[in-house]
Design a protein around this ligand. Structure first.
Ligand SMILES: Nc1ncnc2c1ncn2[C@@H]1O[C@H](COP(=O)(O)OP(=O)(O)OP(=O)(O)O)[C@@H](O)[C@H]1O
Length: 236
Protein backbone atom coordinates (compact mmCIF):
# COMPACT_ATOMS: atom_id res chain seq x y z
CA UNK A 1 0.00 0.00 0.00
CA UNK A 2 1.18 3.50 -0.71
CA UNK A 3 1.66 4.97 2.78
CA UNK A 4 1.53 8.52 1.40
CA UNK A 5 -2.13 8.07 0.49
CA UNK A 6 -3.02 7.96 4.20
CA UNK A 7 -1.36 11.26 5.03
CA UNK A 8 -3.80 14.16 4.84
CA UNK A 9 -2.24 17.11 3.05
CA UNK A 10 -2.41 20.46 4.89
CA UNK A 11 -4.92 23.01 3.52
CA UNK A 12 -3.34 24.99 0.72
CA UNK A 13 -2.51 28.55 1.68
CA UNK A 14 -4.67 30.98 -0.29
CA UNK A 15 -4.28 34.13 1.79
CA UNK A 16 -1.44 34.61 4.22
CA UNK A 17 -0.62 37.44 6.56
CA UNK A 18 2.90 36.91 7.86
CA UNK A 19 3.98 38.95 10.89
CA UNK A 20 2.12 42.02 9.63
CA UNK A 21 2.74 45.23 11.59
CA UNK A 22 0.82 48.42 10.81
CA UNK A 23 0.78 51.93 12.18
CA UNK A 24 0.40 55.62 11.50
CA UNK A 25 3.08 58.31 11.44
CA UNK A 26 2.59 61.01 14.05
CA UNK A 27 4.78 64.02 14.97
CA UNK A 28 6.00 61.92 17.93
CA UNK A 29 6.95 58.97 15.67
CA UNK A 30 5.21 55.78 14.57
CA UNK A 31 1.95 54.97 16.37
CA UNK A 32 1.96 51.18 16.09
CA UNK A 33 -1.63 49.90 15.80
CA UNK A 34 -1.30 46.25 14.71
CA UNK A 35 1.52 44.19 16.13
CA UNK A 36 2.35 40.86 14.50
CA UNK A 37 -0.78 39.65 12.76
CA UNK A 38 -0.24 36.22 11.21
CA UNK A 39 -2.80 33.88 9.70
CA UNK A 40 -3.10 31.49 6.76
CA UNK A 41 -6.49 30.90 5.13
CA UNK A 42 -7.39 28.17 2.65
CA UNK A 43 -9.61 29.06 -0.31
CA UNK A 44 -13.25 29.31 0.81
CA UNK A 45 -12.51 30.23 4.43
CA UNK A 46 -14.29 33.11 6.12
CA UNK A 47 -12.24 34.84 8.81
CA UNK A 48 -13.73 37.30 11.29
CA UNK A 49 -11.79 40.00 13.09
CA UNK A 50 -13.31 40.85 16.46
CA UNK A 51 -12.21 43.50 18.90
CA UNK A 52 -12.99 46.79 20.61
CA UNK A 53 -13.29 50.06 18.72
CA UNK A 54 -9.95 51.48 17.67
CA UNK A 55 -7.90 48.27 18.00
CA UNK A 56 -7.04 48.24 14.28
CA UNK A 57 -9.56 45.93 12.57
CA UNK A 58 -10.25 48.30 9.65
CA UNK A 59 -6.55 49.11 9.41
CA UNK A 60 -5.86 45.43 8.65
CA UNK A 61 -8.54 45.38 5.91
CA UNK A 62 -7.16 48.60 4.40
CA UNK A 63 -3.65 47.12 4.36
CA UNK A 64 -4.89 44.01 2.53
CA UNK A 65 -6.78 46.22 0.04
CA UNK A 66 -3.64 48.31 -0.52
CA UNK A 67 -4.46 51.53 1.30
CA UNK A 68 -2.01 51.23 4.23
CA UNK A 69 1.74 50.53 4.03
CA UNK A 70 3.19 47.54 5.89
CA UNK A 71 5.71 48.39 8.62
CA UNK A 72 6.83 44.74 8.79
CA UNK A 73 5.74 41.37 7.41
CA UNK A 74 4.12 40.30 4.15
CA UNK A 75 0.67 39.72 2.64
CA UNK A 76 0.26 37.08 -0.07
CA UNK A 77 -2.82 36.06 -2.05
CA UNK A 78 -3.00 32.98 -4.25
CA UNK A 79 0.77 32.81 -4.68
CA UNK A 80 1.20 36.52 -5.37
CA UNK A 81 2.90 38.91 -2.96
CA UNK A 82 0.56 41.86 -2.43
CA UNK A 83 2.70 43.79 0.01
CA UNK A 84 5.87 43.91 2.06
CA UNK A 85 7.45 47.03 3.61
CA UNK A 86 9.43 47.46 0.36
CA UNK A 87 6.86 46.48 -2.28
CA UNK A 88 3.16 47.14 -2.69
CA UNK A 89 0.90 46.12 -5.54
CA UNK A 90 -1.53 48.93 -6.48
CA UNK A 91 -5.03 48.44 -4.98
CA UNK A 92 -6.65 48.00 -8.42
CA UNK A 93 -4.24 45.16 -9.24
CA UNK A 94 -4.95 43.12 -6.08
CA UNK A 95 -8.25 41.59 -7.18
CA UNK A 96 -9.82 42.31 -3.79
CA UNK A 97 -13.44 43.47 -3.30
CA UNK A 98 -14.72 45.51 -0.36
CA UNK A 99 -18.10 46.05 1.29
CA UNK A 100 -18.49 48.78 3.90
CA UNK A 101 -20.92 49.54 6.70
CA UNK A 102 -22.65 52.39 4.84
CA UNK A 103 -23.25 50.49 1.55
CA UNK A 104 -21.51 53.32 -0.40
CA UNK A 105 -23.75 52.84 -3.44
CA UNK A 106 -23.59 55.61 -6.04
CA UNK A 107 -26.88 57.51 -5.58
CA UNK A 108 -26.98 58.77 -9.19
CA UNK A 109 -26.71 55.24 -10.67
CA UNK A 110 -29.43 52.58 -10.78
CA UNK A 111 -28.93 49.29 -8.96
CA UNK A 112 -27.86 47.61 -12.23
CA UNK A 113 -25.43 50.43 -13.04
CA UNK A 114 -23.98 50.23 -9.53
CA UNK A 115 -23.36 46.50 -9.92
CA UNK A 116 -21.90 46.98 -13.42
CA UNK A 117 -19.52 49.69 -12.20
CA UNK A 118 -16.48 47.43 -11.87
CA UNK A 119 -17.12 45.61 -15.17
CA UNK A 120 -16.09 48.35 -17.56
CA UNK A 121 -13.70 46.16 -19.58
CA UNK A 122 -16.52 43.80 -20.63
CA UNK A 123 -18.99 43.92 -23.54
CA UNK A 124 -22.51 45.20 -22.89
CA UNK A 125 -23.91 41.67 -23.22
CA UNK A 126 -21.43 40.17 -20.76
CA UNK A 127 -22.09 42.99 -18.31
CA UNK A 128 -25.86 42.56 -18.49
CA UNK A 129 -25.53 38.82 -17.95
CA UNK A 130 -23.26 39.30 -14.96
CA UNK A 131 -25.57 41.92 -13.40
CA UNK A 132 -28.58 39.60 -13.80
CA UNK A 133 -26.61 36.72 -12.23
CA UNK A 134 -25.54 38.88 -9.27
CA UNK A 135 -29.08 40.21 -8.69
CA UNK A 136 -30.34 36.63 -8.67
CA UNK A 137 -27.55 35.59 -6.29
CA UNK A 138 -28.45 38.25 -3.70
CA UNK A 139 -32.20 37.63 -4.01
CA UNK A 140 -33.16 40.84 -5.85
CA UNK A 141 -33.80 39.64 -9.41
CA UNK A 142 -36.22 42.50 -10.23
CA UNK A 143 -34.37 45.42 -8.64
CA UNK A 144 -32.03 46.37 -11.51
CA UNK A 145 -33.93 49.49 -12.58
CA UNK A 146 -34.45 50.80 -9.03
CA UNK A 147 -32.49 53.69 -7.52
CA UNK A 148 -30.57 53.04 -4.29
CA UNK A 149 -32.84 55.37 -2.24
CA UNK A 150 -35.86 53.24 -3.21
CA UNK A 151 -34.39 50.21 -1.40
CA UNK A 152 -34.34 49.31 2.29
CA UNK A 153 -31.05 49.21 4.19
CA UNK A 154 -30.84 45.42 3.95
CA UNK A 155 -31.57 45.51 0.20
CA UNK A 156 -28.92 48.20 -0.32
CA UNK A 157 -26.41 46.09 1.55
CA UNK A 158 -27.22 43.13 -0.72
CA UNK A 159 -26.63 45.36 -3.76
CA UNK A 160 -23.31 46.44 -2.26
CA UNK A 161 -22.39 42.76 -1.92
CA UNK A 162 -23.44 42.10 -5.53
CA UNK A 163 -21.33 45.03 -6.71
CA UNK A 164 -18.29 43.77 -4.81
CA UNK A 165 -18.73 40.20 -6.13
CA UNK A 166 -19.43 41.14 -9.77
CA UNK A 167 -15.79 41.54 -10.90
CA UNK A 168 -15.10 38.08 -9.34
CA UNK A 169 -12.48 39.24 -6.81
CA UNK A 170 -10.25 36.57 -5.33
CA UNK A 171 -10.87 37.93 -1.84
CA UNK A 172 -13.77 39.82 -0.29
CA UNK A 173 -13.27 42.23 2.62
CA UNK A 174 -16.37 43.15 4.64
CA UNK A 175 -16.03 46.03 7.10
CA UNK A 176 -18.94 45.85 9.57
CA UNK A 177 -21.36 45.43 6.67
CA UNK A 178 -24.40 44.76 8.87
CA UNK A 179 -23.89 47.22 11.71
CA UNK A 180 -26.33 49.85 10.49
CA UNK A 181 -29.17 47.29 10.27
CA UNK A 182 -31.56 46.29 13.04
CA UNK A 183 -30.66 43.12 14.89
CA UNK A 184 -33.22 40.77 13.24
CA UNK A 185 -32.23 41.76 9.73
CA UNK A 186 -28.59 41.76 10.69
CA UNK A 187 -28.74 38.12 11.78
CA UNK A 188 -30.69 37.07 8.70
CA UNK A 189 -28.39 38.89 6.29
CA UNK A 190 -25.26 37.53 7.99
CA UNK A 191 -26.53 33.99 7.43
CA UNK A 192 -27.54 34.79 3.84
CA UNK A 193 -24.15 36.30 3.04
CA UNK A 194 -22.40 33.32 4.60
CA UNK A 195 -24.45 30.96 2.41
CA UNK A 196 -23.69 33.00 -0.72
CA UNK A 197 -19.97 33.01 0.04
CA UNK A 198 -20.01 29.29 0.78
CA UNK A 199 -21.87 28.51 -2.45
CA UNK A 200 -19.18 30.40 -4.38
CA UNK A 201 -16.34 28.94 -2.27
CA UNK A 202 -15.34 32.55 -1.74
CA UNK A 203 -12.61 33.60 0.68
CA UNK A 204 -13.53 36.57 2.87
CA UNK A 205 -12.52 38.56 5.92
CA UNK A 206 -15.27 40.18 7.98
CA UNK A 207 -14.78 42.86 10.60
CA UNK A 208 -17.39 42.94 13.34
CA UNK A 209 -17.98 43.92 16.97
CA UNK A 210 -20.53 41.17 17.26
CA UNK A 211 -19.46 37.75 18.60
CA UNK A 212 -22.72 36.01 17.49
CA UNK A 213 -22.21 37.28 13.94
CA UNK A 214 -18.60 36.08 13.96
CA UNK A 215 -19.64 32.65 15.23
CA UNK A 216 -22.42 32.39 12.63
CA UNK A 217 -20.11 33.19 9.73
CA UNK A 218 -16.53 32.31 10.47
CA UNK A 219 -14.24 29.37 9.91
CA UNK A 220 -11.64 31.38 11.81
CA UNK A 221 -11.95 34.12 14.43
CA UNK A 222 -9.15 36.58 15.15
CA UNK A 223 -9.49 38.43 18.45
CA UNK A 224 -7.72 41.76 18.70
CA UNK A 225 -6.72 43.84 21.71
CA UNK A 226 -4.63 47.01 21.68
CA UNK A 227 -0.90 46.32 21.55
CA UNK A 228 -1.27 42.51 21.46
CA UNK A 229 -0.77 40.06 18.56
CA UNK A 230 -4.04 38.90 16.97
CA UNK A 231 -5.16 35.58 18.54
CA UNK A 232 -6.73 33.18 16.02
CA UNK A 233 -9.02 30.24 16.75
CA UNK A 234 -10.55 27.84 14.21
CA UNK A 235 -14.31 27.25 14.29
CA UNK A 236 -15.95 23.95 13.50
N1 LIG B 1 -5.42 57.77 8.85
C1 LIG B 1 -5.13 57.63 10.13
N2 LIG B 1 -4.14 58.37 10.71
C2 LIG B 1 -3.84 58.23 12.01
N3 LIG B 1 -4.44 57.36 12.85
C3 LIG B 1 -5.42 56.61 12.34
C4 LIG B 1 -5.82 56.68 10.96
N4 LIG B 1 -6.80 55.79 10.73
C5 LIG B 1 -7.02 55.17 11.92
N5 LIG B 1 -6.20 55.66 12.88
C6 LIG B 1 -6.15 55.20 14.27
O1 LIG B 1 -5.81 53.83 14.26
C7 LIG B 1 -6.53 53.15 15.29
C8 LIG B 1 -7.23 51.94 14.68
O2 LIG B 1 -8.25 52.40 13.79
P1 LIG B 1 -9.20 51.36 13.04
O3 LIG B 1 -10.18 52.17 12.26
O4 LIG B 1 -8.38 50.37 12.32
O5 LIG B 1 -9.89 50.65 14.29
P2 LIG B 1 -11.12 49.63 14.33
O6 LIG B 1 -10.72 48.52 15.24
O7 LIG B 1 -11.54 49.28 12.96
O8 LIG B 1 -12.20 50.56 15.04
P3 LIG B 1 -13.81 50.59 14.88
O9 LIG B 1 -14.30 49.29 15.41
O10 LIG B 1 -14.21 51.75 15.75
O11 LIG B 1 -14.12 50.82 13.43
C9 LIG B 1 -7.46 54.17 15.94
O12 LIG B 1 -6.87 54.59 17.14
C10 LIG B 1 -7.51 55.29 14.94
O13 LIG B 1 -7.67 56.53 15.60
Amino acid sequence: MNTHSRIASPPASFLSLEGVCLGYDTPAGLNEIVRDCSVTLARGEIACLLGPSGCGKSTILRAIAGFEPLRAGAIRLNGKTLATPRTALAPERRNVGMVFQDYALFPHLTVAQNIAFGLRGQSRRERDKCVARMLELVGLPLAGAAWPHELSGGQQQRVALARALAPAPQLLLLDEPFSSLDSDLRERLATEVRDILRALNHTAILVTHNMAEAQAMATRIGTMAPGRPVQWVSCA
